[in-house]
Design a protein. Structure first.
Length: 124
């Protein structure tokens, strides 16, 4: 019985996006806000926000627009990487668009693009 149920679920999920790290974050945040709002009555408005996060998570999971969900996940990864890397700054080369990583706190420096070799100045 459970094998057949699992097979039906696999068929249902075929062509749908599924889960990723952003979905996990949305679900956990929604659950934490829901639990928090149940203990603190002054934060009752968080219930609506937590449900909205969980509904967005379910929508992303069952979505068939895989390209859009992948763009959202990539944007989340870039956002997370931006805050995780406090020691470096990232700049785009003005000629070729290559992303160049430089250390923070060095003042105004000259950066040489590793791809095209063009030099440009930025403040770190």
């Amino acid at each position: 019985m459970f094998r057949r149920l699992g097979e039906r679920f696999r068929i249902f999920m075929y062509g749908r996006y599924g889960t990723d790290k952003l979905n996990f974050l949305l679900l956990c945040t929604g659950l934490v806000l829901s639990i928090l709002s149940s203990f603190i009555e002054e934060l009752a408005f968080l219930v609506i926000f937590s449900y909205a996060l969980m509904i967005w998570c379910i929508y992303r999971m069952f979505s068939r627009n895989i390209a859009a969900r992948q763009r959202e996940a990539a944007a989340y990864t870039r956002f997370k990487k931006f805050f995780a890397d406090r020691k470096n700054r990232y700049y785009a080369c003005p000629s070729c668009g290559q992303t160049v990583r430089v250390p923070r706190g060095k003042g105004r420096i000259s950066i040489k693009c590793p791809r095209c070799g063009q030099r440009f100045e930025k403040k770190t």
